[in-house]
Design a protein around this ligand. Structure first.
Ligand code: NI
Length: 145
């Protein structure tokens, strides 16, 4: 059977951050990042949706064992970022501005390394209910989910 199906796993993590460009003046940082540049940091409840696309395996009936996907997300993302200050506590954002865009790309790269190449991977990351990003951007796509 070669039917392709998309499998989704939703998860949440909480993290603090500050948006800041060290090459800019305080004035410019405040102008561009506003409250997100608060030197005392602020937090978000991030919601992550991981989408894995692959063929349904004839023997298991699975695209991917969700247990395995859950473990990869837990080990690579949740243990790394949950209840952390992204700027101070993580090596990934020591010198990378932790915008929701950058966080999504970092998360995708971490997951990609752990997932079999036979799968397509796409994620959505919500910083708030209304603000979210998708990565990678698929060509000709408004099909997402
Ligand atoms: Ni923020």
């Amino acid at each position: 059977m070669s039917t392709k199906v998309a499998v989704f796993r939703k998860t949440r993590f909480n993290a603090a951050h500050r948006l800041y460009n060290p090459n800019w003046s305080e004035g410019k940082n405040n102008e561009v990042f506003g409250l997100c540049n608060n030197p005392s940091f602020h937090g978000h409840n991030y919601e992550l949706i991981v989408k894995v696309v692959g063929k349904v395996d004839a023997e298991t009936g699975y695209v991917i064992d969700i247990k395995l996907l859950k473990e990869i997300i837990q080990e690579e993302i949740i243990e790394r970022f949950d209840h952390k200050n992204l700027n101070l506590d993580t090596k990934e954002f020591k010198s990378l501005n932790p915008t929701v865009e950058n966080i999504a790309v970092v998360i995708w790269n971490l997951l990609r390394k752990k997932l079999d190449k036979k799968y397509d991977l796409q994620i959505k990351l919500y910083e708030t209910e209304r603000n979210f990003v998708e990565y990678p951007v698929l060509s000709g796509s408004s099909n997402a989910y």
